[in-house]
Design a protein around this ligand. Structure first.
Ligand SMILES: Cc1cc2nc3c(=O)[nH]c(=O)nc-3n(C[C@H](O)[C@H](O)[C@H](O)COP(=O)(O)OP(=O)(O)OC[C@H]3O[C@@H](n4cnc5c(N)ncnc54)[C@H](O)[C@@H]3O)c2cc1C
Length: 414
């Protein structure tokens, strides 16, 4: 490895929402911070449906500038296989996500972070003294090698540090997790009343869902996530052909100069990694496996985990203790805040064990507005189920119902 070049307190790897916010929070609190991004520009290709809730923005103290907002929306409408629809009304935004990510990175730079595009982390070497002294990071880009006391891995689904760091010389910090595939098109002249339409239609999206996410000027993202990865594009095309979207024009999104109109990516679905901190290292956002199990949103979780990581980094650096034990505070913080992944996953699994018909019957028992179902609302659903389809009542319907509850913004659903 070459002689050490650039030195900083914190190296943030990846300039998505998680990395941008980690760099912003670290530099605001006085840490010398470097933010690197593999791609030549931030935010593209967009790999997101682009929605974020108002509750998320409040929770994160984010005042969005107008230019990053494509549309204000009323909430989520869930559409079940027979067409029954129920609302989870809670306001939010559809973003121009690449502009949002650039805005956060710009804020980080204004706060003092230094941003380097076309910089890809490829290796990490421990600096040892009396105690662990930080990382020498190398890779592609003229700022390397970079010596950092703490590395914050915000590299998304690539989860690069989980592969590069090998605590026992052999196996990586975390094994590769499972992912689900997502793809969408931008369509024009899409009818909308301001709700995000989420279709739970397993025929097209196995253990996933489809969406129409409205944007400004009649634009919309129409897409899906599915565990049937090889069929992703075919299933989306079939859904569009079979529905009222069939006559609408598909266009390249504004950030995409040429190529196929389809865009998307993959989303981690194994839940949080077992190890989200190590000596001088914290994993945030998708790189830590933080996504919401039912609707797979991850921006809110990425942005919030960045706050916890920065908070922990500030304290650890000021105390001169970069050890895994010191940074375990980060893991304690996110565990205390984020909803229980396994419980929600059980709900999702229970939901997808239902047939289309059973899902639709369940939906007819829900109130039209699902966002404020208290204990009495849930009891009413149980009562209706007992009347209409008693067998269903005993078929893990309660966890399936809870999965919707946990998909609300206050539980980091979006
Ligand atoms: C189709 C689809 C739709 C989605 N819709 C939504 C939605 O509507 N709402 C929502 O909240 N979430 C949604 N998500 C999930 C959301 O996009 C992610 O959870 C979120 O972007 C995670 O942010 P992040 O900062 O952790 O990672 P990312 O946004 O993935 O950013 C990681 C960055 O790290 C960079 N990088 C990777 N490796 C390296 C390296 N070695 N060196 C330097 N840089 C590197 C990457 O280029 C990338 O820019 C969707 C995802 C998909 C695929």
């Amino acid at each position: 490895m070459a002689e050490v070049g650039t030195v900083c307190d914190v190296l943030v790897v990846g300039a998505g929402p998680g990395g941008g916010n980690a760099a912003l929070q670290c530099s605001r609190q006085g840490l010398s911070t470097i933010l690197i991004e593999d791609h030549p520009e931030i935010g593209t290709p967009v790999h997101c449906g682009e929605c974020i809730s108002e509750i998320a923005c409040q929770n994160l103290n984010l005042t969005l500038p107008e230019e990053v907002i494509s549309k204000r929306v009323k909430g989520i409408r869930v559409i079940f296989p027979d067409g029954t629809d129920k609302c989870l009304t809670e306001e939010g935004y559809v973003l121009e996500k690449h502009l949002f990510e650039r805005w956060i990175a710009d804020e980080a730079v204004t706060a003092g972070a230094s941003l380097h595009l076309r910089h890809k982390l490829l290796s990490m070497e421990r600096m040892e003294g009396d105690s662990f002294g930080g990382w020498i990071c190398d890779g592609k880009g003229d700022q390397f090698p970079i010596r950092a006391k703490i590395v914050i891995d915000a590299s998304g689904v690539a989860a690069v540090c989980s592969r590069l760091v090998k605590p026992d010389d052999d196996s990586p910090l975390n094994p590769k997790g499972k992912v689900i595939a997502g793809m969408q098109y931008e369509l024009l002249d899409v009818p909308s009343d301001g709700y995000l339409d989420f279709y739970i239609w397993p025929k097209y999206a196995e253990k996933g869902y489809l969406w129409m996410i409205p944007k400004c000027d009649g634009r919309a993202n129409v897409g899906l996530v599915t565990e049937d990865k090889p069929r992703t594009k075919k299933a989306l095309d079939e859904f569009i052909t079979d529905t009222h979207f069939s006559d609408l024009e598909q266009v390249l999104p504004p950030w995409k100069g040429k190529g196929s109109p389809a865009f998307g990516g993959t989303i981690p679905i194994s839940g949080p990694f077992d190890c989200t901190h190590h000596d001088g290292l914290m994993l945030i956002g998708d790189a830590a496996g933080f996504t919401s199990p039912l609707f797979e949103g991850g921006s809110h979780l990425a942005l919030k985990s960045a706050v916890f990581a920065a908070q922990t980094a500030v304290k650890a650096i000021s105390e001169g203790n970069l050890s895994s034990e010191r940074l375990s505070e980060y893991t304690r913080l996110w565990k205390a805040e984020f909803p229980p992944y396994d419980k929600i996953l059980r709900g999702k699994t229970a939901l997808f064990e239902l047939s289309d018909d059973e899902m639709s019957v369940m939906a007819t028992c829900f109130p039209d507005e699902m966002s404020d179902m208290g204990a009495s609302g849930k009891a009413m659903v149980g009562f209706r189920l007992l009347l209409r389809r008693p067998g269903l009542y005993f078929k893990k319907i309660v966890p399936a119902m809870l999965a919707f509850g946990y998909s609300r913004a206050k539980y980091y659903g979006w």
